[in-house]
Write a protein that binds this ligand. Structure first.
Ligand SMILES: Nc1ncnc2c1ncn2[C@@H]1O[C@H](COP(=O)(O)OP(=O)(O)OP(=O)(O)O)[C@@H](O)[C@H]1O
Length: 229
């Protein structure tokens, strides 16, 4: 007997439109965008400045509501949750990684992870295995100012994984890094996606790192299409 396993997409964006600004200055940041990302898949979005990449991450991360279309994260319709429920959902289901790691200056690497666990109602988080997974166990007691840019980014990735998210949204993770560190960080994201079955959606201007991604898409004027070199 053959058994078929139905996989729920980690992210399912269907025909989404988002308009920003007021009056004559109103622009269509997302124009009928659709995107499905499965668990364990690492998708990257490239495209010119102002093309709508950050808007897409904001909609996928339940930070901005689409004007039309639907967004499901791991089966939950983001259009149907708001306020505290949306904040709770973000904390439990979505991880965010930003340009420079966005770490809290006063906290050690280990405490960055503990705090994220506590916020999600998971106070017994053990930071050691996650820091180990990103090659940062030996920096557990250091604060951000005592870390290199690449190390901060690694801690940021470990922190984003603390609550075992279904979806990891990553905005320009290599902006502050040299070429070697950029490859390391993006390779690490690919490893985490494949090992922990997390869907990763990364936005980048850095075409050097695309080799590590499973799928590359291009955003131009609010529309998404496959990227061709
Ligand atoms: N709050 C806002 N109000 C009005 N327009 C906005 C707002 N935020 C973004 N925009 C406009 O929406 C469009 C898409 O912006 P977005 O930040 O998504 O692009 P991006 O591709 O991420 O750009 P970059 O690569 O420079 O970060 C741009 O034309 C931008 O000027």
């Amino acid at each position: 007997m053959t058994t078929t396993r139905t996989l729920v997409p980690a992210l399912d964006i269907n025909d989404v439109t988002l308009e920003l600004g007021d009056g004559d200055a109103r622009i269509r940041a997302l124009d009928n965008v659709s995107l499905t990302v499965m668990p364990g898949e690492f998708v990257t979005i490239v495209g010119p400045s102002g093309s709508g990449k950050s808007s897409l991450l904001a909609v996928a991360g339940a930070l901005t509501k689409a004007d039309s279309g639907t967004v499901h994260v791991h089966g939950t319709d983001l259009g149907r949750i708001r306020g505290n429920a949306a904040a709770r959902f973000r904390l439990d289901t979505i991880g965010f990684v930003f340009q420079s790691g966005n770490l809290i200056p006063a906290l050690t690497s280990a405490d960055q992870l503990r705090l994220m666990g506590r916020l999600a109602g998971n106070p017994s988080v053990d930071p050691a295995p996650l820091l180990d997974a990103v090659g940062m166990k030996h920096r557990a007691k250091r604060r951000p100012a005592q870390l290199s840019g690449g190390e901060r980014q690694r801690v940021g990735i470990a922190r984003a994984l603390v609550n075992s998210p279904s979806l990891l949204l990553v905005d320009e993770p290599t902006a502050a890094l040299d070429r070697a560190r950029s490859h390391e960080v993006v390779q690490l994201l690919a490893e985490q996606a494949h090992r922990a079955d997390v869907a990763v959606v990364m936005v980048t201007h850095d075409h050097e790192v695309l080799e590590h991604c499973d799928r590359v898409l291009e955003m131009v004027d609010g529309t998404l299409s496959p990227y061709t070199t």
